[in-house]
Design a protein around this ligand. Structure first.
Ligand SMILES: [Zn+2]
Length: 387
């Protein structure tokens, strides 16, 4: 009999694998594969380029369209420098909470999803319960990309995707998109007294930052679009969080590098922002080259996470609302894998147990009541798939 104790046992096993994003997750994948095989379910690995980590997906039940994908990430953030009262790699129950790295973000949901597999098989589901377990979510969300493509191409077509990021089981229908650029400005060094003969990479980069400031001011002063209004802030932001360059106050800087990112509200196209940014960079670069033809600005995309756009009459939203009874309007400001599934044509929402406030913290925990609510979600979902 599959009950919540089984989900708890799985959670304890998952937390014991220290799957920090920088490290391999293969021990966890081996374990999950064995667990699924024990229930007669074949899982499929989708490797990263170095074959040090693998995404894992499976489809339990009949190979027909109309099932549901439960999506979670296998990686967690590091624990170094955090003062933990308990062993982060062991689930410790105290005061109605389960402590441990990843209990909330998001091995709790993954454990519940895995425990739902035997439940689904026993119930004789008529549409498949599918699981998508990803890598590298915590370091830019890009690790799931080849798995999402493979699921879209090979798995029986699902009617809905539930991404189980901690939302206190509320149905989250939207988030901003994220688009990041590493920007390298190469100038031409001369003595600062002769700066008109050189190109100062630091001062040219400042023009780009000035552009970012102007975009923020303009976006802020516009009335928000209907999809953007629910967000905080309800406009697209352009942010430079890192810059370094130059070698001395009296040398025009040869190099300056900076990290710039956009958080784009649903309703706006991140690629439009990318084009506007590239146009500004081309304009500044042209000015630099008029002085020194070897001057250049190089852009590299560091991350590209599509927004989750609230769907009109979305299947995933209807399903999650029917199961949870939640009818509120919820959007979040962080990016998730939901945007990738939606971009691949799946109806997608976020709904998972636990509170995002506990994610990434020392003494991360999930409340037992949230874990139970997550289990109730799985039971109801399986009953729905069996109808
Ligand atoms: Zn997460």
């Amino acid at each position: 009999m599959t009950d919540i104790a089984e989900a708890r046992r799985i959670l304890e096993a998952l937390v014991a694998f220290p799957t920090v994003s920088r490290d391999s997750n293969l021990a966890l994948v081996d374990w999950a594969e064995d667990y699924l095989a024990g229930h007669g379910v074949a899982a499929h690995r989708v490797w990263n380029s170095g074959r040090s980590k693998a995404n894992l997906w499976c489809s339990a039940g009949p190979a027909v369209a109309g099932g549901v994908v439960l999506s979670g990430h296998s990686d967690v953030v590091p624990v170094e420098g955090q003062g933990w009262a308990t062993d982060p790699w062991r689930v410790t129950e105290r005061g109605g909470r389960l402590y441990g790295r990843g209990t909330c973000d998001m091995k709790g949901f993954v454990a519940l999803a895995l425990a739902a597999v035997p439940l689904a098989l026993k119930a004789g589901v008529r549409r498949p319960l599918q699981i998508a377990l990803s890598i590298d979510e915590e370091i830019g969300c890009m690790g799931c990309l080849p798995m999402v493509a493979e699921i879209a191409a090979k798995a029986p077509r699902a009617a809905a995707v539930i991404v189980g990021e901690p939302s206190r089981m509320e149905v989250v229908t939207g988030h901003k998109g994220g688009l990041g650029f590493d920007t390298a400005v190469r100038g031409f060094p001369v003595h600062s007294s002769m700066m008109h003969r050189g190109v100062n990479a630091v001062m040219e980069a400042a023009k780009l930052i000035d552009w970012a400031n102007a975009q923020n001011d303009a976006n802020r002063s516009k009335p928000p679009g209907p999809l953007a209004a629910a967000f905080d802030p309800p406009w697209t932001t352009v942010h430079v969080g890192q810059i370094s360059g130059g070698t001395a106050h009296n040398i025009t800087a040869e190099h300056c590098i900076m990290g710039l990112d956009f958080r784009v509200v649903p309703g706006e196209n991140p690629e439009d922002w990318a084009r506007a940014w590239q146009a500004k960079v081309a304009e500044v670069e042209a000015g630099m080259r008029a002085v020194r033809p070897e001057a250049a600005i190089t852009l590299t995309r560091s991350f590209d996470v599509p927004p989750l756009v609230p769907e009109a009459d979305g299947r995933a939203e209807a399903l999650a609302r029917a199961i949870t009874g939640d009818n509120g309007t919820h959007v979040v400001s962080y990016g998730t894998e939901a945007g990738f599934f939606q971009r691949a044509g799946f109806s997608t929402v976020i709904c998972g147990p636990g509170d995002i406030a506990q994610a990434h913290q020392a003494d991360e925990y999930i409340e037992m009541t949230q874990f139970e609510a997550g289990w109730h979600f799985m039971q109801t979902l399986v009953a729905e798939l069996a109808r």
